[in-house]
Design a protein around this ligand. Structure first.
Ligand SMILES: [Zn+2]
Length: 431
């Protein structure tokens, strides 16, 4: 699928023909305008102590090497967004491999480090993930989570809403009501899901006002913060001018959240999640109703607890949860503050609960919470399981998801598909 096919499929003929000239005029004849936009994005991120992750279609690195060398040198994280901007789901495994190898060679030739990938149009399949893993990439950002932040009765036309929904279905996006926005290993490779609506949806599909864009991204952050999950924002540099106020509004909004929001690049989140994946909590009964909790010896790890008496070992954190002051401490609780599942529960459920930082066991009656059932368990069941845990008042101790007691994580990302008007016009010809 090329750009024209994409626009027709996702926005309809009339809408596409109306929007194409508008989109084209955002680019300049030389790289100067888009170079300023990319560096402007880095400047804003830097002002808030973070750096964006820019997923670049690799043939642009061959075409405009100095732009990307400078971005990398000034600390922006670059990821690979295909060799050309085509639908990788339409390519077989060998073709995908040839594309990604060629793309990675362009990064290597310029000495630009690359750890992650996002497929063009976030369209991918199992071969994309296997190939990326075999070629040494550490993470992908290819699943998308659509947040329920676009009210239908808010001056957004039915046609605009329809265009937005078409985009979601093309991306294979899942509603946040059914999918958690958390890192997860998909076919063996870590995937960091992106949040929607992105800038393209806000500007070109929903045609929202700047004030509405600010509100929508702030609303996503509020939901993510309440849930303790991850907000991977997508902003394409060609819409920075149109979405600058929304970007600054959401970043400002991160600053007064308590507990704090962890602003990090995708590579930083990937490194943390890989490191954390090996960590386990130990909860030992030392006397009747007394447990010794031993956490991994890593100063970034936060252990949180609810419904237990930890005395001075715990301090207030978020909601019912308190945070441990050190990695070894004792608590009093009527039962072991851990989760048991049925003997025949799905191993995928166990893996998920362990990844969530809980102590989990099959069977037994000494745990404070029992999750019965779940002989099968899918990605879309995670939200329901978390709701059961939240709704119970069972005492629990766990390793928290994010480092240093951050409540949630947020990452600024952008896909760099074109740098000039010529790149933009050439895109449909490159498959
Ligand atoms: Zn793209």
């Amino acid at each position: 699928m090329n750009l024209i096919a994409y626009l027709l499929k996702s926005r309809g003929l009339v809408n596409s023909m109306q929007r194409l000239p508008t989109i084209a005029t955002r680019f300049g004849v030389s790289t100067a305008k888009m170079d300023r936009a990319l560096n402007g994005y880095v400047d804003i991120a830097n002002a808030y102590g973070t750096t964006p992750t820019l997923a670049v279609t690799a043939n642009l690195i061959e075409r405009h090497p100095s732009v990307f060398e400078r971005l990398s040198q000034r600390g922006a994280e670059l990821a690979i967004h295909g060799w050309v901007h085509t639908d990788y789901r339409a390519l077989d495994a060998d073709e995908q491999r040839a594309h990604i190898e060629r793309g990675l060679a362009a990064f290597a030739q310029r000495g630009i480090p690359v750890e992650g990938f996002r497929c063009p149009y976030v369209r991918w399949n199992e071969d994309s993930v296997t190939t990326a893993k075999e070629l040494g990439l550490q993470y992908g950002s290819n699943r998308t989570v659509a947040w329920d932040v676009v009210p239908a009765d808010d001056g957004i036309s039915p046609r605009a809403l329809e265009a937005y929904r078409k985009g979601l279905s093309l991306y294979g996006s899942a509603e946040a009501a059914s999918m958690v926005s958390l890192p997860s290993f998909v076919n063996g490779l870590l995937d960091l899901p992106a949040s929607l609506p992105d800038d393209e949806a806000l500007v070109d599909r929903l045609r929202t006002t700047p004030q509405r864009r600010e509100q929508i991204w702030r609303d996503i952050l509020d939901e993510v913060h309440a849930l303790g999950e991850m907000f991977v924002l997508i902003l394409h540099h060609e819409r920075l001018a149109l979405c600058r106020s929304a970007l600054e509004a959401v970043l400002t909004h991160t600053q007064d959240r308590q507990p704090h929001v962890w602003l990090a690049s995708l590579a930083e989140i990937s490194a943390w999640w890989h490191r954390r994946a090996g960590y386990r909590l130990q909860i030992d009964l030392t006397a009747e109703g007394t447990y010794r909790v031993i956490a991994p010896d890593d100063p970034d790890v936060a252990v949180v607890a609810r419904g237990v008496d930890g005395g001075a070992a715990l301090r207030p954190w978020f909601g019912d949860y308190q945070m441990a002051r050190s990695s070894h401490f004792s608590i009093r609780a009527p039962k072991r503050p851990a989760i048991s599942v049925d003997e025949d529960a799905s191993p995928t459920l166990l893996q998920f609960l362990v990844a969530e930082g809980y102590v989990v066991q099959r069977g037994g009656s000494d745990c404070s919470l029992h999750l019965g059932g779940w002989r099968t368990f899918e990605d879309t069941d995670k939200r329901a399981v978390l709701a059961v845990i939240d709704a119970s008042d069972a005492p629990l101790v766990r390793i928290w998801r994010w480092p240093q007691g951050a409540r949630c994580a947020m990452s600024l990302t952008g896909d760099v598909d074109s740098m000039t008007l010529v790149d933009f016009i050439r895109r449909p010809l490159e498959v």
